[in-house]
Design a protein around this ligand. Structure first.
Ligand code: PEP
Ligand code: MG
Length: 350
């Protein structure tokens, strides 16, 4: 009984916290000293974005196209895909929708495209598959470009990039799809911005080369953490080692932000870290322009950002970057958030 009461009590407090933060859902994510960040959604199903105006996110920072591919028994046609993408783009008129090209392999498989490998996370995944199967890539990109006719809010993002050649090859195919459609359609065709996910550590050391090829970077902190720490993101046995607040990950994220600023490349982050209030604060202080997260976290992140001075967060970041273990980072951040009366965001209860 005591345990049940304790949990009921925490549940009530959690609901109160949500009701409190929901009040700022429609307001911008801006600190009292006027530092602002764009807050957008991660999505893959209609359910993820149909309430976007209520949850307060303007635009989609990561549309996972593999999700609609999963729930079927064969590859979708170009026309089917055009209809899906068109629904998403129309739901956000004049707001950017960043669509990621098919990211299967690793932990995500299609029932009609089985892949058997000993090391799937280091194997045939994301852009590696679609470059080996340009027919899949071209159909998808053609569908995206067709859906964008009359909308103009599409951006294309490439997953699992590990080098410049992949980007060059993908851009060549995107251009091919564009010129094919240009000759087939009379309507004006917009050339979308093309960016890459920064999630394979190799890209961190080639940002200067990559900056010359693409329009934006978006950090996939879920995979970047996995690959930087060599910890399978889905293996419970090593789950305590998988931590995006590991000092090496934080320093890598900070380095990416400095490089993106130096090369004037717009930078976002679309892993789970962006939707975590403490993570969102650190990323804002590092200089990330855009944070993309699940609908559930939008109001929490906005509330947090609206209640902390950027000056203070910069000091927090500075200190975090001097720490040497994940545990130190967590206890320091928890203490700081408690002091700022934001403890309810880092533990259960208000
Ligand atoms: C990531 O790796 O952080 C990411 C956003 O992509 P996914 O979780 O779909 O691999
Ligand atoms: Mg990823």
């Amino acid at each position: 009984d005591a345990l049940q009461n304790e949990y009921l009590h925490l549940l009530t407090e959690e609901r109160q916290l949500q009701a409190k933060v929901d009040k700022v859902a429609g307001l911008p994510a801006i600190t009292p000293d006027k530092k602002s960040v764009e807050v957008v959604l991660n999505a893959g199903l209609l359910l993820d974005y149909e309430r976007s105006s209520e949850v307060g996110a303007v635009g989609i920072g990561l549309y996972r196209t593999e999700i609609p591919f999963m729930n079927r028994s064969s590859f979708p046609t170009e026309t089917e895909q055009t209809l899906w993408y068109s629904d998403v783009l129309k739901a956000f008129p004049r707001k950017t929708v960043t669509m990621r090209t098919l990211d299967v392999g690793g932990d995500k498989s299609l029932p009609y495209f089985p892949i058997q490998e000993d090391n799937p996370f280091l194997g045939w995944r994301g852009i590696r598959i679609t470059l080996d199967h340009p027919e899949i890539f071209l159909v998808q990109v053609r569908a995206m470009l067709r859906a964008n006719i009359g909308q103009g809010n599409l951006e294309i993002m490439l997953p699992m990039v590990s080098g410049v050649t992949e980007v060059e090859d993908a851009i060549r195919l995107i251009n091919q799809a564009y010129f094919e459609l240009k000759s087939e359609y009379d309507e004006p065709l917009v050339k979308p911005k093309v960016g890459i996910m920064v999630e394979v550590p190799a890209t961190i050391y080639q940002l200067d080369d990559l900056a010359k090829k693409v329009d934006f970077f978006s950090v996939g902190s879920n995979d970047l953490t996995q690959y930087l720490l060599a910890v399978d993101r889905n293996n419970a046995r090593v789950a305590q080692l998988y931590d995006s607040y590991h000092p090496a990950v934080l320093r890598a994220l900070n380095h990416i932000a400095s490089e993106a600023q130096r090369h004037l490349v717009p930078l976002s982050l679309c892993g789970e870290l962006a939707g975590d209030p403490a993570g969102a604060l650190l990323l804002m202080a590092m200089g990330y322009d855009k944070l993309s997260m699940n609908a559930h976290n939008v109001a929490r992140v906005k509330w947090t950002i609206r209640h902390v001075e950027n000056k203070r967060v910069k000091q927090m970041l500075h200190h975090c970057l001097t720490l040497s273990t994940s545990r130190q980072v967590h206890s320091y951040l928890n203490e700081e958030l408690e002091m700022m009366e934001l403890g309810g965001f880092v533990r259960a209860g208000m």
